[in-house]
Design a protein around this ligand. Structure first.
Ligand code: GLN
Length: 217
């Protein structure tokens, strides 16, 4: 994984310190049915928030935000149904509860998904394609320009990733690959990323999400 230079690290620390007081001890759930939830919890704890694994509807109570991690979207969707999480999650999203979905999590937030035989939550007005980069480039890493978090570029780790094929009017596409492909988007309090920020040492996107949680962005 690419290391950031010392100058970059300082800028990131300053950025992190700005929101840290406000976000301290916020309660963030990480959907823990399948996939990369442990990594998200570890990263959130480095930002001084409380991170909880979520499996049951009642565990959603009292949270300030939720992360839906990467993994296998069809499996997560099936388990969400089995655990009766679909209705409460749809209701929370409608009420403006902050949710960040990464990779499979992005797929689950989307209104339409090509090549998926289970229903996503459908709470964000984006259409995504699963495993969109094809077999040859199953997984890759690339630096992403994300103006909302400033410089330096964010190191994007893409693993059998989706991309955005359509974004509705209320959706801000926050980052694109050099060919214009949308890989990060925000709509209201929902943030969808096609890649895996929890697999890097860069806290800026989790920090950005926390600033949404406290209403600073
Ligand atoms: N390919 C997976 C899916 O379609 C997503 C991969 C990931 O989350 N890393 O669900």
């Amino acid at each position: 994984m690419k290391r950031l230079g010392p100058g970059a690290a300082i800028r990131i620390d300053v950025y992190t310190a700005m929101t840290k007081d406000a976000t301290r001890l916020k309660r963030i759930g990480v959907l823990a049915l399948q996939g990369a939830f442990v990594e998200h919890m570890a990263l959130l704890r480095r930002l001084d928030v409380e991170a909880f694994p979520i499996r049951l509807p009642r565990e959603l109570e009292g949270l300030d935000g939720l992360v839906i991690p990467g993994g296998e979207s069809t499996t997560i969707a099936r388990l969400m149904r089995e655990y009766d999480l679909i209705t409460p999650l749809r209701r929370l999203a409608k009420e403006g509860f902050p949710i960040m979905g990464t990779c499979a999590g992005m797929i689950l937030l989307a209104k339409q998904v090509s090549a998926m035989n289970v229903e996503p939550l459908g709470v964000m007005d984006i259409e995504v394609r699963r495993n969109a980069f094809g077999r040859q480039v199953d997984s890759f890493e690339t630096d992403l320009e994300i103006p909302a978090i400033g410089e330096p570029p964010f190191h994007g780790v893409f693993i059998r990733a989706p991309f955005i094929t359509r974004a509705g009017d209320g959706v801000e596409v926050m980052s694109r690959l050099s060919d214009g492909t949308g890989v990060a988007a925000r709509q209201g309090n929902m943030l969808a990323l096609a890649f895996h920020p929890e697999l890097t040492d860069d806290l800026r996107l989790h920090n950005y999400f926390l600033s949404m949680v406290v209403g600073q962005r």
